[in-house]
Design a protein around this ligand. Structure first.
Ligand code: 5GP
Ligand code: ZN
Length: 123
């Protein structure tokens, strides 16, 4: 990545990336981190984030094309690994909230991946 954003010292997910706040890790590579949501809505609920501090999809650029594509490809793989039911009768939900009116509370881009048998707490 040519000009990555620096970590934001006030960002809770940057602190998780830096290991300053613990998480239950699901997946990690050079660019991406996935960890269980602290307040899950569903039997499976984890967050997939870029390690780079990006506020939301609203501030992504062409240079993030590969990163965003990797997130979309990784989500279904990790969903199955984490116990989501395969096939059309199973499935999983992918959700990205953007901005306050979009329901975003943590201003570091994250993809919610949720699944498992119904009912869920929310959603
Ligand atoms: P948003 O509303 O921004 O899309 O979702 C933020 C999500 O981050 C929420 O589902 C919330 O439970 C989760 N979350 C907030 N703080 C932490 C934390 O410190 N650790 C973990 N694992 N999840 C968090
Ligand atoms: Zn951040």
């Amino acid at each position: 990545m040519s000009h990555p954003n620096p970590p934001d010292p006030d960002c809770i997910f940057c602190k998780i990336v830096a290991g300053q706040i613990p998480c239950r890790k699901v997946y990690e590579d050079d660019e991406l981190l996935a960890f269980h949501d602290i307040n899950p809505w569903a039997p499976v609920h984890f967050l997939l984030i870029p390690k780079e501090h990006l506020e939301s999809l609203a501030v992504t650029h062409a240079r993030h094309e590969l990163l965003l594509g990797r997130m979309m490809l990784l989500a279904p793989r990790l969903a199955l690994e984490q116990g989501c039911t395969p096939g059309r009768d199973g499935g999983f939900r992918v959700l990205v909230n953007n901005g306050r009116e979009g329901g975003q509370e943590v201003l570091h881009l994250h993809m919610h991946v949720m699944g498992g048998p119904r009912p869920w707490k929310r959603g």
